[in-house]
Design a protein around this ligand. Sequence first.
Ligand SMILES: Nc1ncnc2c1ncn2[C@@H]1O[C@H](COP(=O)(O)OP(=O)(O)OP(=O)(O)O)[C@@H](O)[C@H]1O
Length: 628
Amino acid sequence: MTTTAEQTAESHVFEADVARLLHMMVHSVYSDRNVFLRELISNAADACEKLRYEAIEKPSFLGADAEGRITLTLDEENRQLVVEDNGIGMSRDEMIEALGTIARSGTRAFLERIEASKAAEGAQLIGQFGVGFYSCFMVAERVDVISHRAGSQEAWIWASDGKGSYSVSPANLAEVPSRGTRIVLHLMEDAKQYTSRWTVERIVKEQSGHVPVAIRVVEKPGSEPVQITDGSALWTKSKSEVTKEEYADFYRGVSGQYDEPALTVHFRAEGRHEYTALAFIPGTQPFDMLDPERKGRMKLYAKRVFITDDAELLPRYLRFVRGLVDTADLPLNVSREMIQESPILMAIRKGVTSRIITAIEKLSESDAEAFLKFWENFGAVLKEGIYDDLERRAQLMALARFRTSTSGEGYRSLAEYVKDIKEGQNAIYYLAGSSLDQLKASPQLEGFLARGIEVLFLTDSVDSFWAMNAPEFEGKAFKSITQGAADLAQFPKLDRQATQEPETGTMAKFLAFTKQTLADHIADVRASDRLTESAVCLVAPEDGYDRQMEKILRNAGRLEDAAKPILEINLVHPLIKAIASVEGDALYQEDAAFLLLDQARILDGDRPANPRGFAERLARVFQRSVQS
Ligand SMILES: Nc1ncnc2c1ncn2[C@@H]1O[C@H](COP(=O)(O)OP(=O)(O)OP(=O)(O)O)[C@@H](O)[C@H]1O
């Protein structure tokens, strides 16, 4: 650094989330420190690829130095490791943006989860997050980033000890690379092994052997560079030439995850469109998978030139897939915006989607255990396709697995449901809600359990949407058991003794009284055949939304006035019989009617509509029961 540069160094404070991430990294729960090298190499390779892309429009960016290159210089004496690339480089503003903030969505939620977790689980979470540039502070007590953006007449030095602030100062052009980024790691005492050629070479080959840019090592300052990987792109090889380990290494590089892929799909399409796709389904769930803002991360290459990772190469319901597509059909000088609308890309998207779904289908047939693990990780996202992708709806429904009233700890497919369906049953019954325990305790379920009729338990928020829209599976419509009439009378109860005919006269009067009393709150009161143990429950009217869908829409502020529900009453329940038999005490019966309604609300996980009124009525009824 020159004297002038030091004088003009500005100090900046890290954004709060960066400071938290750095703190965690340094006091680290994360034990595999080697990953910092992969993160830096991956950024360097991305920078080389971005340069190739920008140079299509501005060939002068390449000058006489066209080939992308990453150089690792080891300096044992000064305990330094330098990672240098001749890629696109960063301007001052880009540096401040990229190395002082975290742009990724879901970061705050991630940090909270990790801070609340135990050490071992935390380590795993960090792995899933993809620690990025900041991971170098696991091994370095100080980091200098010297960067020269292609085409710019300025270069900048970013420096930090990772403890809360960093400085940015202009660099002397004569002392910096003509283009690209040099990252100098001043290694901690206990990280000096990263100046050993043997160690570094081993880690690089293991973690980054297939990045598409050649990597060289300079054993000590002044030595000749030795190339250790050739930058040949793995996806251009044929499947038989690639080992499982090579695929796994490549997957880790492209996904930023540290696990094994659950499924690898690698193929070359020929004919109308020519392209190669290499796609992976991760073995574990990324921490931000359900984040609706989360983008897909399939990279698009054109003849091995990286174009963008923003090309929507897959439908949203496959956003957990990682990988790339390389095509010879796109002209390199096409703009990113035009790429989005290109018919070639649409054809590729269709082709890759089909191959991935077919691979998932094959997995479901060949390895039930692996498939269920996949389903537990990604089923909730894949199900969005049942709603979104009409063309593949039937295929996706066939893949779907569910907890049901008869599945126990296991899962059931819709085909299994239909195979075991009761004689005369025309619907696939479902119950939607936010937790399995709550669903299992639902009063609406009782009559179905008593008759041995299977009910799907739907706990993902996307479920209510597709279940309402999916017309049918193998000729059976989907029907929510919290909506409309249950029509269960035609199915005998498993335990026939339980049924008792209610006394119609008194009960009819009681039903009519309740209906009149609660008229402002409910659409109807009727005798229920879906209840066996509970006294009451609420269901939604036949047309409109079911109870869960109403809740989702209301919580999202998208439903002003929910339809009035229907109160169903179990006429053989001792409580109902007792209340109905108290004739001539209108105030008591009115209190009881309101309390029954509130009880049904509570059973649905809601609160009494008027807590004060509820408390007063409850007090009166208690008092009466003690006095009488
Ligand atoms: N060698 C480099 N050359 C140019 N830009 C770089 C370089 N290293 C980092 N950057 C910039 O810094 C940003 C932050 O890097 P970081 O590794 O933290 O996250 P990322 O690469 O965006 O995300 P991920 O690690 O999940 O892929 C990069 O997106 C890039 O813009």
